[in-house]
Design a protein around this ligand. Structure first.
Ligand code: C5P
Length: 207
């Protein structure tokens, strides 16, 4: 069975949490596509190598580093993500992943619009700026990172603006995506909505 769930939306809206829960619920494989851009951004910044060359030669080891969730990695990611050739270099890997037998869920910014425009299910997950900043602040602080709510909020605002304004695959909801605003939802409630929507799609015989 090939079944693709595309989950997009701004940083810290809950995409990753929902994507992992959906993967668990249906036994799908999951790809956090932000990891690819974070790995390229960090490696390019550290080595001075051209980001396009880094993206073309990305290795499993690059994706396995334990500092990919830092604010520096996030900013580096969004800087290299504006480069069309970087996106092109990462495209086929994501498309192949989406078509893995047994079902796949990918989360990012352009999954439903560019990577998998024919995905079986598309979700666009959002939340208010304040709630997203608070969630990301709590996540980073819990990992012992030296951050403040203000710097986290600014980091998100800068990235959102860059991700939405870029020419290549900007962050935007696909026309046929279900909008899921998690501002006032618990994790369980948000996951339940996503799972129910996917179940309906499966029952509609789109597999
Ligand atoms: O999802 P995450 O916050 O880890 O993504 C980091 C950055 O990578 C985003 O701010 C965005 O610039 C870029 N990205 C992207 N397209 C994706 C996933 C992430 O441009 N599909």
């Amino acid at each position: 069975m090939i079944f693709t769930v595309a989950i997009d939306g701004p940083a810290a809206a809950g995409k990753g949490t929902i994507a992992r829960a959906v993967a668990d619920a249906f036994g799908f494989v999951h790809l956090d596509t932000g990891t690819l851009y974070r790995a390229v951004g960090l490696k390019a910044a550290e080595t001075g190598l051209d980001a396009v060359d880094v993206a073309k030669a990305l290795t499993a080891t690059d994706l396995d580093r334990d500092d990919l969730r830092t604010p520096i990695a996030a900013q580096s990611a969004s800087r290299v993500a504006v480069i069309p050739e970087v996106r092109d270099a990462l495209l086929q890997f994501q498309r192949d992943f989406a078509r893995r037998t047994g079902g796949a869920v990918l989360d990012g910014r352009d999954i439903g619009t560019v990577i998998c425009p024919n995905a079986d299910v598309k979700l666009y997950v959002t939340a208010s700026d304040a709630v997203r900043a608070e969630r990301r602040y709590q996540e980073l602080a819990a990992k012992g990172m030296d951050v403040t709510l203000e710097t986290v909020a600014k980091d998100l605002a800068v990235r959102d603006a860059r991700d939405a304004a870029r020419q290549a695959a900007p962050m935007v909801a696909a026309d046929d995506a279900l909008l899921l605003d998690t501002t006032k939802l618990s994790i369980d409630a948000a996951v339940a909505k996503a799972v129910a929507h996917i179940k309906t799609r499966i029952e509609q015989g789109r597999v």
